[in-house]
Design a protein around this ligand. Structure first.
Ligand SMILES: Cc1ncc(COP(=O)(O)O)c(C=O)c1O
Length: 392
């Protein structure tokens, strides 16, 4: 059998690797699973009604790019949230951002950049689809280390001339998974300016944009418009998975200049798996429902306060600015995950399992990731048990 060589050296995927580490160990207490980032707050109560009312539409092939109502709802969200003016031709519906983050690279990464194999920059640690997208399109993934010293964001400004001249796409996630860092307006200005100078696109993964501690994070498209940058420079990705606690709906959108969106629509027209119409009806309503999203954020803000209380004073601990993960500093993430599971039954994810090891080091090595998705009391119990196990 012949298989493509470009996938032959992939690091083992996160979840099988975690099972290999922990499955043979008996948990020390009732299991408290804090690994997977699956929101567990309620989704809006009207969701089942909308599905019931539109269920006859299961009998129709869905619109590939999104119904006009859904596209308008996405446009409306961008206007309210970021003050940006875009039209329907600037947005395309996705089956969740993961699919879009992958497929956008398929149609927006050229075969060559300045006569050479293109580079796709990805933060490290990272959401794994960035790496797969780069390898799938035959680009070279370049892993940009994300550490406390880089304010937990990829320092694209430190990339060499050689790398930047070959860069076709840079993935940037804000608020970031796993570190919970938020890109400031200045950060975006720098990287968008860099992208203008070296002619690459920024794929801004903003799927956690509605979950934040203090001020609403600025968006990459917002900053690009303020700068007067090329509208094709930035593609933003948004999701209902975290905003509305609907990860099973599989609904998100991408927004950008109309040329980029035309390309993504073209791919969807040939090969896309469109979102069923009743689910598009739910999505249209969810993008307009800021009250639910605000209430959801308030729950996470309570959780940030609990995490600060539990881990405050621990050397190197920095509470997240956004998103719902804690990125806890430890000596060795694998050892810490084994200890926490064995001694107190709390399941965490070693940071190295979200990272690419290079030259024998991994920027995720000294961390475990903890998802604050469970109900508040359960989450608090888990955090206290973790602290007492790992830091006392
Ligand atoms: C950083 C990041 N990007 C994208 C996604 C994909 O989310 P979805 O496809 O549900 O929109 C996730 C999901 O956990 C994520 O953590």
């Amino acid at each position: 059998m012949m298989y493509p060589e470009r996938f032959s050296n992939l690091p083992e995927a996160t979840w099988p690797r975690l099972r290999g580490l922990l499955d043979s160990i008996t948990p020390g207490d009732t299991p408290n699973v804090m690994t997977i980032g699956e929101p567990r707050h309620d989704f809006p109560e009207w969701v089942p009604d909308v599905i019931a009312q539109t269920s006859d539409l299961f009998g129709k092939y869905p619109s590939n790019e999104g119904t006009p109502e859904l596209l308008d709802a996405s446009v409306g969200f961008l206007k309210r949230r970021y003050g940006v003016d875009v039209g329907r031709e600037n947005v395309v519906t996705l089956n969740g951002t993961r699919e879009g983050l992958y497929n956008a690279a398929m149609v927006l990464c050229p075969e060559q950049k300045n006569g050479q194999k293109p580079i796709i920059l990805t933060p490290n640690p990272f959401y794994q689809v960035y790496m797969l997208a780069a390898l799938s399109v035959g680009a070279e993934p370049v892993y940009v280390p994300v550490r406390a010293e880089t304010q937990f964001l990829p320092d694209l400004m430190s990339m060499s001339e050689d790398v930047l001249s070959r860069t076709a796409i840079a993935y940037v996630c804000s608020p970031s998974n796993p570190q919970g860092a938020i890109a400031s307006c200045d950060y975006w200005r720098d990287v968008i300016g860099l992208a203008e100078e070296y002619d690459f696109k920024i794929f801004a993964d903003e799927c956690y944009s509605e979950i934040y501690r203090n001020d609403a994070p600025v968006g990459a498209m917002q900053v690009a418009q303020e700068m007067g940058a090329d509208p094709e420079r930035v593609v933003i990705f948004h999701s209902l998975s975290k905003r509305s606690n609907l990860p099973g709906l599989r609904s998100g959108f991408a927004a950008s200049g109309s040329e980029n969106i035309k390309q993504i629509r073209m791919l969807r027209a040939y090969a896309g798996a469109p979102v069923p119409m009743p689910l598009q009806a739910v999505a249209a309503r969810a993008w307009a429902d800021d009250a639910h999203s605000d209430a959801n954020r308030a729950l996470y803000q309570e959780k940030y306060a609990i995490a600060d209380q539990v881990f405050g004073g621990i050397q190197g601990f920095q509470g997240p600015e956004g998103g719902f993960f804690l990125w806890l500093p430890v000596d060795n993430g694998e050892d810490a995950a084994v200890k926490a599971w064995r001694e107190v039954g709390v399941k965490t994810l070693p940071g190295a399992y979200l990272s690419k090891e290079e030259n024998g080091t991994s920027p995720g090595h000294g961390y475990v990731r903890v998802a604050m998705v469970a109900e508040k009391q359960e989450m608090q119990r888990g955090l206290i048990a973790l602290r007492d196990c790992l830091y006392r």
